[in-house]
Design a protein. Sequence first.
Length: 774
Amino acid sequence: MLKISSIQKGQELHTNFYQLGLRLTQQVYRYLLQYDPPLLKEQEKTNYREIFKVAKAALQDLLKVFLTQNSAIYSPTRVYRTLLGVIVIDGDTYSIYIDEKAVVKPGEAEYTGLIGRFFKMMLRQQKLIQIGRKYFDPKNLTKFDQQGIQVLSGVMCNLTSLEDVGKYYINIDSAFKVLRQATFIEDLRKANGNYQQFEGLIIMTVYNYKFYRLHSVDTNMTPKSEFLMQDGKSLSFIDYYQSKYNLKIRDINQPLLCVHEKSRKGAIEKLLYLIPEVCVATGMTDQMRANFQTMKQLSTVTKPKGQERVQMANKFMQGFQKSEDLMKMWNITLDQQCLKVDSSKINPGALLMGGQNIPIETSNLDRDTQTQMFKSNLLENWCILSHVNDAQLVNDFQTCLRESIEYCKFPCKPPKQMTVNSSRIEDWIKCCQQIADNFMGPDKVQLILLILQGAKKNSPLYSDVKRFLVNSCPIPSQVILNSTIGVPKGRLKILCNKVLVQITAKLGGTPWAVSELPFQDVPTMICGMDVFHQTQRGKNSMLSFVSTEDEYFSKYHTQTQLMDIGNEFGFNLCPILLRSIQSFAGEKKFPLPERIIIYRDGVSNSQAKVVIESEVNQFRQAIELAKKEFNFDKEIKLILISVNKKVGAKFYAGERNLDNPPQGTLIDTQICQDNKDFYLIAQKTTAGTVQPTHYYVLVNDITDDPQVFRKLQVLSYKLCYTYYNFSGAIKIPAPIQYAHVCSNFIGDRFDPKNQNSLIKPNQQLNRRRSLFFI
């Protein structure tokens, strides 16, 4: 039974939602044009533009206000069959009538679509630059001359609907776009002909603020090149830009940028050529990101606090006053004050360590977790491998590591040691194989701790060594860079403690657990599912699926699957879940889980139906196959939750000085559907505004427990504390974060042109319950 004290009443919060007001009796009428004599569908489609021209004036007199969607006409005014005019088509005369076809009411999907169309009309009247769901004012530009960048400030605007109760909200959040100050021709000049590095980059045209993804730099094309206009005439790019935008191109020999312009549906529509001189790159270089001062300066604009965000949203809302007449005609109002919602507060409980329980809310978790682990396996067959030139660094590191081992009462025997006098990957792999041979095979080696040369994210050996130790020679490994351990002893001690936590997780142990987890009453398996995408780089999608195998939800079975480029759905999930269930049942007294809870990387509301239709059926098929295989006669109940951490919702505590709500804040009223979705703030944020995570329960088979929704909320928060790369709470539950890290670990290192680059986790690592990828 869930403790009542687990969830307590919280404070009232300000939001960035603004309610659209509709009359309770508000309804809209859908009309169609009818013809006498009847027109064939093909005739109507071919001549519709001319037909509507004839009918438009009469429609305006009759309805006063209306919207068109495809061939349907919507209006709040009710009329009956009325003659609008006549038209001659192919020598025949047709009378045009308007006929009522349906009454559309708030809460219906059709009404929601109509409100969305109306909302877009209001946005267009603000005359801002639209980039997806983001809207920018070109005048709102902040320049950082020293860094060579500029920031375009705006808002992200989205219409949210609760169709079951007929409520509609406008969600407004701050948005920013980082642009380079130098035009793209400067970037090309610095590249010295190495133009391949720019492929996939997003660029912006300075004359009309349009954004494109760069496909290639075409050195065979220049501004002097000509192209065919729609009228069939040939025109040079120089003359086109002069006549169209009044721009004089200075460098007539620069190469052109080849981009793909896409249609609204995402399909490639046509090839375009742009002139670098009138384009700028967006985003930041790795060098800029590595500069602390640059990032600090940038954060003064891109990480506004709650009060600043509210002011930006209110200013944007004032712009809707331009649509006042339009709203009045449609009997719609728009609140100028943000919506306030009630919240709850979840108590996270305590971290369970080897010899003590640590209250989460009142402890310094970074410090207090530096103690005996909850469950540690004896580490006796392991080796430290390093470069011969790092002997002194390694010696200092080992001394500090021994102290941490003793302090944390970590069961461990001294390691063997090997050195390499080479920077060739072949020599390092040879040494790893030699270590395995010395221990009578890789299954006898528990861990190789490698100290590699290089800086963070810039070690030439890292990927190849990891690939070998995951694919060919399945040994858990811990990689540390020599630049990381060359620090003062105080910092080195902190590092050693964190290394011990990771080693414990990679050996199939449990560094810590969380107290009073829901769903521990019967065998339960919790899964995380995430998909890696880098389609702009031509990379395949990579699915990772992890599943827990113990009562504390801390030991994992891991699977990966390579998919087609850009694929988000349609994975062969039945065998994946079946293998997870089989592994769960492997060494247990109870055969199968009676509950399976799957956290899935977030999908939009429009994609939810696809997920339910394509994925849930596969999950249920796997469950039935497992029950048959194990002769299991109990019901296995499924819960599927979509987890979205990229949401526009923001919540602020306080009245005058708005601040971030505390960790564990739960919002499940007003802007949420009962027992369907909720927002949760798990992580602590010290800079800017905290980002909530949105949870949407797509499937819930547990209908006999009235507290199941509350239990899911508590479980989701507590699992945020079981990610062993961080001692506090992360933004999302650990199972989905592990799936995310695993899919990125493999996807980042896979080159489609080299199939040997694919990391394929050896099943030996799964038998060890190893989180080998963290």
